[in-house]
Design a protein around this ligand. Sequence first.
Ligand SMILES: Cc1ncc(COP(=O)(O)O)c(C=O)c1O
Length: 444
Amino acid sequence: MPTRLNPIQVESQVDKVVMPDNLKVGLMVAEQRKNCSSGGCTEEFYGLGFGQSPFHVPPTLSKALAESADKGHYSAAEGIVELREAISNFNKRHFKLDVDPSRVVIGPGTKDIINTLFGIIKGGVILPSPSWIGYRPQIHLLNKHFHTFFLKPENNYKIHPKEFEELVSKLSGDQHTLVLNNPHNPTGALYSKQELENLANVCREHNVLVLSDEIYALDTFDFSQFTSMGEIYPEGTFVTNGLSKDRSAGGYRLGSCILPTTSSEKLASDYKKVAATVYTNVSTPIQYAAIKAYEPNEEIDQYITITRNIHRIMGTFLSREWGSINGISTTKPQGAFYFFADFNNLKNSLIKKGVDTSNKLASSLLSCPFHIAVVTGDACMLEPDNFGARIAFVDYDGKSTFDDYINNTPKMPSDEIEFVKRNAPRMVRSTDSLRNWVEYIQSD
Ligand SMILES: Cc1ncc(COP(=O)(O)O)c(C=O)c1O
């Protein structure tokens, strides 16, 4: 008789999954802080890794949540009808999408919705690189087949339709799903209507479905430039969105998906079946509260406009400052809270200093005394020899910055620079630290 339990074994696909960037960056920073404080270092840290909205939950929403606390019952797996109606109207108001509520499903965050969709939709997935870290680990856990589509700086990190067609025309299998993220985490790139139309034409031609992750749509700096893929390619697009970014309620865990116009009743009922099997329903109080986040509401509209403007000001400033440093080029974000910094011009110097993979770039930037936390390598789905990093420009106090924007709304470009200096001094100083780091990397 064995006297003790064998070590617990884990399924092999779990080993293929990397730690999500929020956990990975948090752990790396905590360890570096510990090492620094035990060594007596007092230099500050620059938190450009974790991409969480710095702002407060709009009061209308938090109040509605308190008022919904007594909704203790289970609900329909696809979401309560009042919320799906509110989301349907919201999509008409903001995104020109005419969506019957029967095509709207709710999930516990868009991450979970994307996972459910990957599990349901047959065929391989086409994943751009770089991209948000969330997609690939889910695909690994589901043991699903995927193809990488490499985004190029000369195409502004957008999917070039001709190159995309070259890839899809070579794929075997009769159905594939492209993951499109617009605006794009990690580059802040935005697709024009024409670019989406060109891409949709290729998708139609080759029977490619699109999972359009539009979680940053309302954080498009010039919102008049945003078009939903759901408008361009309604028959083949699953549009996902949620409350995490533009309404700063990531912890509420509420996302939605608009199913394609060609979805059969069976597809909708398959979605419900899987949702009911895996999580039963999204927390019912959250669903009731969320109705307020989608209904017409001046306070929320104003909140979205202000926070989007602050993101524009911060992102424009920091990407310009970082991009002015020799050896580093940066994207100019048009939405979301990220830009992409390309360090490949420093490759030889990096390798000489032992930074020989993209994953090690993050450790080097975080090392003492530079203390710059960013997301690189696996966490952006980058190849090991691609020295790129995602820079999140949300390292400031959201509440006081929001109030300052209301009281001292910047009007001129020079006011915007002063606004950044006043509210995000640490982000401003990150550029000095980066300059010192580049000097160190290039030193003999
Ligand atoms: C591109 C992208 N998609 C989806 C998500 C997940 O959003 P949610 O909080 O709704 O699960 C994130 C969160 O960081 C993201 O950046």
